[in-house]
Design a binder for this molecule. Structure first.
Ligand code: HEM
Length: 462
């Protein structure tokens, strides 16, 4: 449906005049609760904000966020051409979020088009997410071994105690190796790939060039899979929806590199951080052996996808105290929704929301399809870390942790810790050669995949 022009008099000035508050500011980065509270007080559950020069409605109320995500009224579009200002040529060509909103992947499609691509995702991911399948078991085994070897390398050369950056040395390389496995043989990533992912999602000044580089890399892997299918995600997606074009497959696999490489790595860091800080009960959950509950609590406190990249109103629609005009952009914020008293009261006996009602995985027709895979990677990463280290502490006070400046992601630039190795922890043994062959992770000792990736990331001398 072609979005209409705004019709009725909204009874307030248009978005363009109201959006004076910059979304990116010091409080948003380091004290988001303070920023969201200020917005809530001034505007209620929906606030006009300025996103790097572009006006948008930021949805910060829990029930309004859920309402937009579920879209039972069918008023929200994810197609960038539903954006009035974009159609009218008013969005600057160098706006750093253009590569995200113009990416054309399943997240930015509507209706049958989105359903077809989501079908390819569900079928393609099934072998890796259904834990009864061989691929899923092999992947879990590989993640275990990667995690253990990363820890071994990280602690090499120091005694039982030391210092580490768990973002650079653990949470970033681990998902890179998973990307390599999902894409299939010969597609191991390197740190440049992750840095390009950051440039894109953090809307940096060179996001356009980074996006071109990433697309070119992924396109060549997808072309190879179409030529010679294997036991990998692109091949399985093609088998499920054979008329997927090379462009479509490339767009979805580029999105996968973001979801695994950046977003899952962020969840690993955020969960470790929340356990170490211990303020939200994540540490208690971990001590009780409930890693998934610790992940839930971390996802509620700091959802990796803090704000969800844009939806556009197909028609005028009332939201909070404002009338959102047809073609206006809306950014829903799980991070802010989780701070809404309607959600934070969840521990009250009369609460209608459970603690698992967080929105870190989205909801409705665009809800996350890779949740099980991301949870598996994070669970193994966190479990191995707290098993191998008996003492793990933040090396900085919690309020000095370096959060990234990003309109979309809530994640750390680095996670400095001090550690003490557990005397009795047993690392997962290296793969047997039969396993290596299956895993495409040939090499042991100085030539293992872990060490090769760390060398590419310039994190290991040997
Ligand atoms: C911690 C890691 C992850 C988090 C927090 C996360 C979160 C989300 C969220 C919030 C959405 C909804 C976006 C929106 O409605 O605007 C989403 C969608 C999606 N995610 Fe994830 N995700 C994660 C990992 C993954 C992984 C590992 C994959 C696949 C390999 C994946 C695949 C998808 C897909 C295919 C969609 C749906 C796109 C659509 O139909 O619009 N995600 N994810």
């Amino acid at each position: 449906m072609e979005p209409q022009k705004p019709q009725a008099d909204p009874g307030h000035p248009p978005l363009e005049e109201l959006a004076v508050q910059p979304l990116l500011n010091r409080d948003f980065e380091s004290r988001p609760a303070v920023f969201f509270e200020r917005l809530r007080e001034e505007y209620g559950p929906v606030a006009p904000v300025n996103v790097l020069g572009v006006p948008a409605w930021l949805v910060i109320g829990y029930s309004q966020t859920l309402d937009v995500l579920r879209d039972t009224r069918g008023v929200w579009s994810r197609r960038v051409d539903s954006w009035r200002a974009y159609r009218d040529g008013e969005v600057p060509a160098d706006w750093p979020m253009l590569p995200v909103v113009e990416s054309g992947n399943s997240a930015f499609r509507d209706g049958a088009d989105a359903t077809r691509l989501r079908g390819a995702w569900s079928e393609g991911l099934r072998p890796f997410q259904d834990r009864s399948r061989l691929e899923a078991k092999a992947l879990e085994g590989a993640i275990l071994r990667y995690a253990d070897e990363l820890i071994t390398v990280l602690a090499e050369g120091s005694g039982r105690t030391g210092w580490a950056d768990l973002s650079a040395q653990y949470a970033r390389p681990l998902p890179l190796m998973v990307i390599g496995r999902l894409l299939g043989e010969g597609a191991d990533g390197d740190d440049e790939l992750i840095i390009d992912l950051w440039r894109i999602v953090d809307a940096g000044p060179d996001s356009h060039e980074a996006s071109d580089r990433l697309n070119a890399r992924v396109a060549s892997v997808c072309a190879a899979r179409a030529e010679a299918p294997g036991s990998d995600l692109p091949s399985y997606m093609l088998a499920a929806v054979p008329d997927l074009t090379a462009d479509e497959l490339t767009r979805e696999m580029t999105m996968m590199t973001v979801m695994v490489g950046d977003v899952t790595g962020t969840l690993i860091c955020n969960t470790i951080t929340e356990i170490l800080i211990g303020a939200t009960g994540a540490r208690d959950s971990m001590s009780a052996g409930m890693i998934q509950e610790a992940i839930n609590r971390a996802s509620a406190a700091n959802p990796p996808m803090a704000n969800l990249a844009f939806r556009w109103a197909k028609a005028d629609v009332r939201l909070g105290r404002f009338q959102v005009g047809a073609g206006d952009p809306v950014l829903v914020s799980p991070a802010a929704a989780h701070l809404d008293p309607a959600f934070t009261r969840t521990s009250a006996p009369d609460s209608i929301y459970s603690s698992r009602a967080h929105l870190a995985w989205g909801a409705g027709p665009h809800a996350c399809l890779g949740r099980d895979l991301a949870t598996t990677i994070t669970t193994i990463a966190v479990d191995r870390l707290f098993d191998r280290f008996s003492g793990l502490r933040l090396a900085l006070p919690a309020d000095q942790l370096p959060w990234r400046s990003s309109p979309l992601i809530r994640g750390l630039r680095s996670l400095p810790v001090t550690y003490e190795l557990a005397a009795d922890a047993v690392p997962t043994p290296p793969p047997t050669s039969a396993q290596e062959e299956r895993d495409g992770s040939s090499g042991e000792g100085s030539d293992s995949l872990v060490r090769r990736v760390l060398r590419m990331m310039r994190l290991s001398p040997s």
